[in-house]
Design a protein around this ligand. Structure first.
Ligand code: T46
Length: 305
């Protein structure tokens, strides 16, 4: 996936989400009346506009998946916004769009501070931004607040140039760990962990999953007893975990980050970039008896514990 200029060929898919209630229900603008011509005009306008940046989030196959924006660019600040098609939701496109445009804001457009807001009723979005340690802001310029004067219950966030996009510390109760990493000037880095020193189980098996096309999902099972450390030494993989703590996702794209799954947890893995590699250190040998491969069985198993 990558960011690129909006193109006229994106207009039909842009119009499709504008008419899709599943996408627009939480948006302030009423998109239902928009036409194909409106979408095309927005795209043409995006090429000329100096106060706003609107880019397409595209799949590896160059299909338009959504729009990510920096709006009202002035005095080194900009407002961030993202909208993705229903088909692109929970597939890592929004997060990718956000990360990429914030990177561009700071490194290409000379912006020092990016801000945005979300309804406090949108619990999933609030939890997502809180978990990534974005700062809540309370003292916004009146000019910005005036744009939202008819909207109540908003939570405002910001990120400043120099702040790191932080990883959450846990995903669905599973610990996110930093794998020790030694960087070499101009010669990459080396990451390592040592059995029992860094991870709290004896490693009996290591396996890795490779040569997976972009957009493919694997997993769809839980383990009853197996403990595992999952990490992605190359590429980008979204890991979706579900257990008694809820259903949450994390993007694995940094070779020095791993997730330790130490409890019965339903998992799904989405290959966000082709050829990404998922490596797993496991506490036991392979045994099919430890798998719960049916989601209803997993729910039942969890409720009986
Ligand atoms: C997990 C996620 C992250 C073996 O014969 N030995 C092994 O060590 C493993 C891991 C798998 N297999 C066989 C079982 C299946 O016939 O390889 C085939 C593919 O396994 P599966 O469909 O379970 O692959 P994924 O990618 O859905 O899940 C794997 C692991 O199985 C699982 O433990 O947590 O990766």
């Amino acid at each position: 996936m990558y960011l690129r200029k909006l193109e006229l060929k994106d207009a039909p898919l842009m119009l499709a989400w504008m008419h899709d209630k599943r996408v627009t229900e939480k948006l302030r603008t009423n998109f239902a009346s928009k036409t194909l011509e409106d979408a095309e005009n927005f795209i043409r306008w995006s090429w000329e506009d100096k106060d706003n940046v609107n880019l397409a989030i595209a799949s590896d196959e160059d299909e338009y998946m959504g729009t990510v924006s920096l709006k009202h660019i002035e005095n080194g600040t900009a407002e961030f916004a993202v909208t993705v098609r229903f088909e692109a939701m929970s597939r890592g496109y929004s997060w990718f769009g956000m990360e990429s445009i914030i990177d561009k804001a700071f490194n290409e457009y000379g912006i020092e501070s990016v801000y945005w807001c979300v309804s406090r009723d949108n619990a999933r979005a609030v939890r997502f931004y809180d978990k990534h340690n974005f700062s809540e802001i309370v003292d916004l310029p009146q000019k910005v607040l005036d744009r939202y004067k008819d909207v109540e219950n908003l939570k405002w966030y910001s990120i400043l140039k120099g702040d790191e996009l932080k990883l959450p510390e846990v995903v669905a109760g599973c610990k996110v760990i930093r794998i020790k990493t030694i960087s070499t000037v101009d010669a990459g880095e080396l990451s390592f962990f040592e059995a029992t020193h860094e991870i709290p189980f004896d490693i009996k098996r290591i396996y890795y999953i490779s040569k997976v096309p972009e957009g493919i999902r694997r997993g769809f099972h839980a383990h009853k007893e197996l403990k595992q450390l999952l990490f992605c030494p190359y590429g980008k993989i979204q890991l979706i975990l579900e257990n008694e703590n809820g259903r949450e996702e994390i993007e694995l794209s940094d070779p020095s980050v791993g997730v330790f799954i130490d409890r019965c947890t339903w998992r799904e893995m989405l290959w966000m970039e082709k050829n990404s590699v998922l490596c797993v250190a496991a506490s036991d040998f392979y045994t099919e008896d430890d798998y719960i491969r049916n989601y209803e069985d997993f729910r039942k198993y969890m409720s009986q514990r």
